[in-house]
Design a protein around this ligand. Structure first.
Ligand code: CP
Ligand code: NVA
Length: 331
């Protein structure tokens, strides 16, 4: 049966079948090839989209903007300071108004329920550009990058997520691996493994039993062996900066170092990271925290710049995969 995603929201990969995710990945590959060949797209001509950002962004915002412009569409950007949403106007009313103006709405913010409620009331597709609980567009880009760099079918790929195993990226990866029959290991401290949402675990375990995926968690480095992908993310996500001291305490043993990469015993292992990353002390936050005695680097500069690192290919793929999501749902 052919896949048709017109009119669908993109809130979490859990709402999509493996065939639908495959369709988006293949469409992203086509759109990437088209862009590389300098072929201009027209699939969003006459379409308008709005981007709502309650948290900051470089990649996601720019990916939506460039993707939409590339296909002939128009973009409006609203950050939390420049709309009435939530302050003078309810989410429901905002969604109903924006749904009259726009063909699609992107939302980045805190609660997953906010993006779900927007989708419930907008009457047009809503795309999740990151919440506290998920980051589905990132996983599409990550899987595309894996398919470009790892010479194995996804069903044989082992992804080890190192660090804050109870954050939005880790959850998004569990969903992605479960759906695509991949092998996920959350490598982090016992205290954080215990904090993983039990509902998320129940959901991914059920899907994994249908797709052949495996989902495991451990603080034991023996699980690094055979990894095809070492993945990392910052230790304190947006909005959690007050938790930096305790996170550094717990997560320093899980920093991605050359020694950790060697534990995979796979010379072809790739390193991926959603970015932004603390891999040196060239940022205001890393410098300030260092002065307070906290080394917040989740990966060393050596690994970040090594042959294993494909993080900038991955960042570019945000744009191609987000373009696929927009084109598939409103194009
Ligand atoms: N990876 C990612 O979502 O990056 P931004 O926060 O810059 O959008
Ligand atoms: N876990 C990170 C991901 C950033 C893309 C955050 O939410 O800040």
């Amino acid at each position: 049966m052919s896949v048709n995603l017109k009119g669908r929201s993109f809130l979490t990969l859990m709402d999509f079948t493996p065939e639908e995710i495959r369709y988006l990945l293949d469409l992203a590959k086509d759109l990437k090839a088209k862009k590389r060949a300098g072929i201009k797209g027209k699939s969003l001509e006459g379409k308008n989209i709005v981007l709502l950002f309650e948290k900051t962004s470089t990649r996601t915002r720019c990916a939506f903007e460039v993707a939409c412009h590339d296909e002939g569409g128009h973009v409006t950007f609203l950050d939390s300071g420049s709309s009435q949403m939530g302050k003078k106007e309810s989410l429901e009313d905002t969604a109903k108004v924006l749904g009259r103006f726009f063909d699609g709405i992107e939302y980045r913010g805190y609660d997953q329920k906010t993006v779900e409620d927007l989708a419930k009331h907008a009457g047009v597709p809503v795309w999740n550009g990151l919440t506290d609980a998920d980051h589905p567009t990132q996983i599409l880009a990550d899987i595309l990058t894996i398919e470009e760099h790892v010479a194995k079918p996804l069903s044989k790929v082992k992804v080890v997520f190192c660090g804050d195993v109870r954050n939005n990226m880790s959850y998004a990866w569990m969903y992605g691996c479960a759906k695509m029959g991949m092998h996920f290991v959350g490598y982090g401290p016992e205290e954080l493994i215990k904090e993983i949402d039990s509902e998320v675990l129940t959901k991914v375990t059920e899907i994994a039993s249908q797709t052949g995926a495996t989902i495991d968690f451990s603080n034991d480095k023996k699980w690094l062996k055979g990894a095809d992908v070492i993945y990392s993310d910052i230790w304190a996500s947006m909005g959690e900066e007050d938790q930096i001291p305790e996170r550094v305490d717990k997560l320093e043993p899980y920093r991605v170092t050359t020694e950790l990469i060697k534990e995979t015993e796979n010379d072809d292992v790739i390193f991926l990271h959603c970015l932004p990353s603390f891999h040196d002390f060239e940022t205001k936050m890393a410098k300030e925290q260092k002065e307070k005695g906290y080394d917040i680097r989740e990966v060393t500069d050596e690994v970040f710049r090594s042959k294993h690192s494909k993080v900038f290919d991955e960042a570019e793929n945000r744009m191609h995969t987000i373009k696929a999501v927009i084109v598939a749902t409103i194009g």
